[in-house]
Design a binder for this molecule. Sequence first.
Ligand code: CA
Length: 638
Amino acid sequence: MTTTCYNYSSDDFEKKYTYGKQLGCICNNGKTSFRLWAPLCECVSVVFYKSGDNSINDEISREKMQRDVNGTWIYSCDKSMDGIYYLYEVTINNESTLACDPYAKAVGVNGERAMIIDLTTTDPENWNNDKSPLVNTYADAVIYELHVRDFTIDKSINAEYPGKFLSVCETGLVNSSGEKAGLDYLKDLGITHIHFLPLSDYATVNEAEDGGYNWGYDPKNYNVPEGSYSTDPFDGKVRIKEMKEMIYKLHQNGVGVIMDVVYNHTYDSNFCFNKIVPGYFYRINADGSYSDGSGCGNDTATERSMVRKFIVDSVKYWAVEYHIDGFRFDLMGLIDIDTMNEIREEINKINPDIILYGEGWDLNTDVTKEGVKLAKQSNINLLNGIAMFNDDLRDALKGNIFFDDSNGYISNNMKEKENIIRGIAANPTWTNDPLKVVNFTSCHDNNTLFDKIEMSNPDITFKKIVEQNKLAALIEFTSQGMILMHAGEEILRTKKDVKGNYVEDSVRAGDFVNSIKWDSLHIKEYRDTFEYYKGLISLRKQHECFRMKSADLISKCLKFIEHSNNNVVMFKINGELCGDRSKEIIVAYNPCDSSEELKLSDETWTVCADKSGVYPDGKCSIRGSYTVEPVSGFIAIR
Ligand code: CA
């Protein structure tokens, strides 16, 4: 691969070669047309194939493309070529290479060849009337972070298509004891959105065989669903139809769909865009080395006009064609703020309710232009309508993720109590806007919450892990901001290998480690924990006071209360001021091994949560004081 040090980021290049309209292949109304951006090519052809399998030599024909404006090449014909596969043959410096279309909307097995597709043939019945579930603001979202395959691959669930798109939306699924599993279970839990780990085509799993596993942060074709989640990865249409079917059914069941998108790097530098315009897609230094802030080997040069366009086009495409309700940007701290703000602007034209958030980590990357600002936490004020993960609260709750023996507030460690208080008010050091904060305790990365508690607290009992897990959940669900939970956190998910060793990074660990174990619901402590989360979600939905819309409102309504034991965190929220159905709400966390007596005002309070469970409709009435048991939380309203 040539890693040309061509000055792609110069004003001259951008002025001459920025093309603003539609790229890729369009096939509808009996016509097919192609437009490819390939400014350095001497010659480009489109090559047609019968199948999508790159190991078969079944070329049908090839057509020379014509040079057009701004470095683009075009070819069109007056017939529908729906279902025909294609590649581009690009010639640069007399060397010819075959490349997939970066704008491919359909591909064959393993994403090697693009397919021409008339997308109207892929829509489920009634797709035009499909409606996304509504949330008023980001703070109303309760997001469940899930991997397609993990959800239904375990033997403990009676899925018709284990591990596939189609079983994510299957209703009537149960575990081997007959308890609700799959989608029915999620509806029972009460989450508003599923945030899926990458759904677009990724490289590592061989789609031609069953049983492969990967999270999907190894992007190959950005605008095509992953084939291993379909029932037939060889036919380019099937994965599209099945993913749309899944989204349609999830919407019908009141569940929104958020996609994890990975624009910050590609699987490898063999990416088709890099074959067509060598070196343009990435941040490459003068010595030919690739910038590697992602740790994946090739940071995307999002600041270049045609990379930015590629990303913006891709997000828009998923929103329009697949009715996606939100996007989670992987390593967003590597993407520049102008690209992120352009995405927000363009998405607003489609549906302003679409949720955007990402990982605003501060990473070391070599941008290709002067003055580029990145979408990291310290620049959050420069971004509009885009939230970021709050790792401060995460680590304060359970301990630093990089140190196995580091524990947190739920284990009665006060080291980062300040970040608990800040997290509750959606006021981390980098923003105080609750609609820009994603509070979470755990996600797919690092150890599960259960494992982290177990690892960081030597000799801890199972009973106490469960108590600490519930306390973490109560803190999270009574915090302002958006809420995201890791799938299975509510049933004490663990990731251990066959030898019982903790798996911190389960990206390739397979089904045994990763699958959701539905039969655990049959065990009392697991069922209780599920019920506890379910109660917290219900309570949060009922009370506006946990979902305030501005920093101003939070500072007016939420007051911390001193307690004689400094380890106890306690606050009250004025419900009347923030439009809640209750006058006042009081919340306390007791991570200590001793019971703590709370002094309450003299009115009658209704207990809504204590160590025994969560009671959205109230457990009992109290006056004057209440004893909060060790390692538990407390919520009361009046
Ligand atoms: Ca794939």
